[in-house]
Design a protein around this ligand. Structure first.
Ligand SMILES: [Zn+2]
Length: 410
């Protein structure tokens, strides 16, 4: 076996081990006593339901991880990707077309593998616990649309990156970063106009008590927001949410219809105050800059490895240079770096969440935010006692208990 393939397999197994240990730790922690600030959030029957929901998700999570691992090993060890790469080379003389065919097959195959899990999650688990609102038609249409979107956007981006590489050689990463940065900025600006309408309907929040309350509270916090939209989250799930998107003139607040249904006016205003806190602290801009820096680091490291024939050989490629195989080998070799970066990125994100909560509390919305978060948490049967290591590694938000404790101490 190629030594580099052994290294790649070690990383694949390492990632599997880390995620399995985290899942195991979390299930060990399930029986931990509920934190004092959350007492009474669930009654006994609802808590039983919550525990059952967690156990079901854990079991399915295990099966999914095992199946994914098995498929990864079956694909990597005999060199299936190398075989596919050779096949693409026979089908077309254009190197760019070979690359696009390879990734087209790769993306479609990955989508087919994950399909049974998302189907089971939506129509068995979420259905059983009363969360699912997605019809079969919506599910299939959404799956098809997101697959097409991935294929079209992926092909565009990949073509540009490949052409830059073929003209500039190793220094392509600088221009490729610039292209990716434009791509990221474009989609942060136009996400609401271009992507959201493919999956949801959104309309401006109607005049009335809620709109007036939001505009008044925003004014008191020094904001003037006119673009407040309601999105039909209820088309997919009963789970509620709200978010802030875009920069400058494109800035808009989006409330799920389910959020409006489940929370009182004061609580919605408090959730909005939290979102305005993010805006005040420029969290959206910071996140965008962080993603661009990450892309730059990735592309730079990739540029150092791309011409090394061993990357292709490790995956069973016959040719010395296959951009597709190099890219996949690189992404697998990058796994341990991701394992290090995840807790850092999530740590930064959690700090931003505390900051946004504190902003809401300082403007007098602390109490309403606590009751709003409690309702949302109870309605989604969220885990009240996640293991600290899981929080550290993978939580983009602090736990409910941590947020309430911090809010009480602002
Ligand atoms: Zn937030």
């Amino acid at each position: 076996m190629h030594p580099l393939l052994i290294l790649i397999l070690t990383f694949v197994l390492l990632e599997f081990a880390v995620s399995s240990v985290l899942s195991w730790l979390n299930s060990k922690w399930m029986t931990h006593p509920v934190p004092e600030v959350l007492k009474g959030l669930y009654d006994e029957e609802k808590y039983r339901k919550q525990q059952e929901y967690m156990r079901t998700n854990k079991r399915v999570g295990w099966i999914e991880r095992l199946v994914t691992l098995a498929i990864t090993l079956v694909v990597l060890i005999p060199g299936v990707l190398g075989w596919l790469d050779n096949l693409c080379a026979e089908w077309s003389h254009s190197l760019l077309l070979q690359l696009l065919i390879f990734f087209g097959i790769y993306v479609v195959a990955s989508a087919i593998i994950s399909l049974p899990f998302s189907y089971y999650d939506t129509f068995v688990i979420e259905e059983r616990f009363g969360f699912n609102k997605t019809t079969k038609t919506t599910f299939w249409l959404d799956t098809l649309k997101s697959l097409l979107l991935t294929l079209v956007l992926g092909a565009m981006l990949l073509s540009v990156i490949y052409l830059l590489y073929s003209y500039l050689g190793q220094s392509f990463w600088i221009w490729a970063t610039l292209v990716c940065a434009i791509f990221i900025l474009f989609f942060s600006l136009f996400y609401s106009n271009l992507i959201v309408p493919l999956f949801n309907k959104q309309k401006p929040l109607e005049k009335g008590e809620l709109r007036e309350a939001i505009e008044k509270a925003a004014g008191e916090m020094g904001f003037s927001i006119k673009k407040i939209y309601v999105i039909d989250g209820s088309k997919h799930s009963t789970k509620a949410n709200a978010y802030f998107t875009g920069f400058g003139k494109k800035k808009r607040v989006v409330l799920f219809d389910t959020l409006i249904e489940q929370l009182s006016t004061e609580e919605i205003v408090a959730v909005l105050a939290h979102e305005l806190g993010h805006n005040k602290h420029r969290d959206t801009i910071k996140n965008t800059v962080m993603s661009i820096v990450m892309v730059a680091v990735n592309l730079f490291v990739f540029s150092l490895l791309v011409d090394n024939p061993e990357l292709s050989h490790a995956l069973g490629g016959k040719r010395d240079h296959s951009f597709a195989l190099s890219l996949i080998a690189f992404s697998l070799l990058f796994t341990p770096i991701d394992l290090i970066l995840d807790p850092i990125i999530n740590g930064v994100s959690r700090r931003g969440e505390y900051g946004a909560d504190a902003f809401a509390a300082k403007h007098g919305h602390g109490e309403a935010l606590i009751s709003g978060l409690k309702k949302l948490s109870a309605n989604t049967l969220s885990n009240l006692t996640p293991h600290p290591a899981v929080v550290w590694m993978s939580y983009s938000h602090p736990t409910l208990a941590q947020r309430i404790t911090a809010l009480l101490n602002v």
